[in-house]
Design a protein around this ligand. Structure first.
Ligand SMILES: Cc1ncc(COP(=O)(O)O)c(C=O)c1O
Length: 384
């Protein structure tokens, strides 16, 4: 069965992904079904399935919206789009009152970087070492290591300075010619590395001193995953622009850029645009996801599940834990890939990271205490 799906894909799909050895037939709640095997999903479709699978309210909202109005472009104002933008601004509650909907994280970052260069008239952007921001021209340019590995363009759209992670002195590179700093407060792809508060504050202070815009990339860390609406809330900083995607519509493609009123007032019709961004299906789901995350206390749950897991460590191959809420990096003594394989054989799907010794957990926010217990039991049996 596994070989079959991979073989079918290999006929026509571009072979650019390393894939896991499972063939998923369906999913429900926090479990995937792969033939006879039930798999606990601690990967969440890469932090996307924030409400798990087959959530009845999401399915209803999608069905109703599809029947009422399946699609309409941004050439027409829609109540469902207005409602989603209002819900997102209210959810963020960080002075980010304006929303631009798009489709992906890279697109949100691309637009944030464009706005920063345009409004400041500056040609340099700073980013943090080991950060990941997406695969488009500007987002790829600020992704650490991309130029050596996959970037491909002959040059970046701006000069880029990479700031050493967690070194407050390195923030000195931010100057009067810096348009923006883009930062992932919990670096997901790097292995759920939560940045030190003094470092983040030094970066934010340097931005305000020099008039550089602070872009916080919450594509992976946002929508309650870190235990607050956004990780920025944990660090007590005020972003000028904030990007999010992944969990935003619970699995339907959707990205968003949030901006302060001051920045928004500088933009006019025609400055940004997208065909699919802000479509009614995505917007109906955004409003529903945000409502459920708040109503069902899923942010508190994210914090509690982290604490539950941390209290049981070290265990088996795991020596330490990093990250926030349900964006977790587990430091492993053996290579993380070996631990991931052993856990998959035991019916647990986990994620890898850029750090060969860090296993990443990005599960649905509806994960319960009993699921963590199940995971701990499996972890304890992994050969060290
Ligand atoms: C922090 C962060 N920013 C941006 C992106 C790019 O998002 P997308 O794949 O939706 O373009 C990702 C994707 O993993 C991410 O983790």
């Amino acid at each position: 069965m596994t070989a079959h799906a991979k073989e079918l894909e290999a006929r026509h799909l571009l072979q650019v992904y390393g894939q896991l050895d499972i063939d998923i037939d369906g999913a429900s709640g926090v479990y995937l079904q792969a033939g006879d095997q039930r798999i606990l999903d601690l990967y969440g479709g890469h932090a996307v399935a924030c409400l798990g699978y087959g959530h009845p309210e999401l399915l209803n909202v999608m069905h109703e919206q599809a029947q009422r109005l399946f699609f309409q472009s941004n050439a027409v104002a829609l109540p469902v789009r207005a409602e989603a933008a209002g819900a997102l601004a209210e959810f963020a509650a960080t002075g980010l009152e304006r929303v631009f909907f798009c489709n992906t994280g890279a697109e949100a970052n691309e637009n944030a970087l464009r706005i920063a260069c345009r409004l400041t008239g500056r040609k340099r952007v700073a980013a943090i070492e080991h950060g990941f921001h997406g695969r488009s021209a500007a987002a790829g340019a600020v992704t650490y290591g991309a130029s050596e590995r996959w970037y491909g363009f002959p040059r970046a759209p701006f000069e880029v300075d990479f700031i050493e992670r967690n070194n407050p002195d390195a923030a000195e590179v931010i100057g009067h010619d810096t348009a923006a700093v883009i930062i992932e407060l919990v670096q997901g792809v790097a292995g759920a590395v939560d940045l030190d508060t003094p470092f983040v504050k030094a970066v934010a202070d340097a931005c305000s001193r020099h008039g550089a815009l602070l872009i916080v990339d919450e594509v992976q860390s946002g929508i309650g995953r870190c235990g607050e609406p956004f990780a920025a809330d944990l660090y007590g900083i005020q972003p000028d622009l904030l990007t999010t995607a992944k969990s935003l519509a619970g699995g339907f493609p959707c990205g968003a850029l949030l901006l302060t009123e001051a920045i928004a007032s500088e933009l006019s019709p025609g400055d940004l645009g997208t065909t699919f961004g802000g479509g009614p299906l995505a917007c109906a789901l955004v409003a529903a996801v945000l409502k459920i995350v708040r109503r069902d206390n899923l942010m508190a749950n994210a914090k509690e599940r982290f604490a539950q897991l941390a209290a049981a460590l070290p265990l088996g191959p795991v020596t330490g834990i990093q990250g926030k809420g349900l964006l977790i990096g587990l430091r492993c003594e053996p290579p993380a890939r070996d631990v991931q394989k052993a856990l998959l054989a035991a019916g647990m799907l986990t994620g890898s990271s850029a750090d060969p010794h860090v296993l990443r957990l990005l599960p649905p926010l509806v994960l319960e205490a009993r699921h963590i217990d199940e995971f701990l039991e499996a972890l304890n049996k992994v050969p060290v």
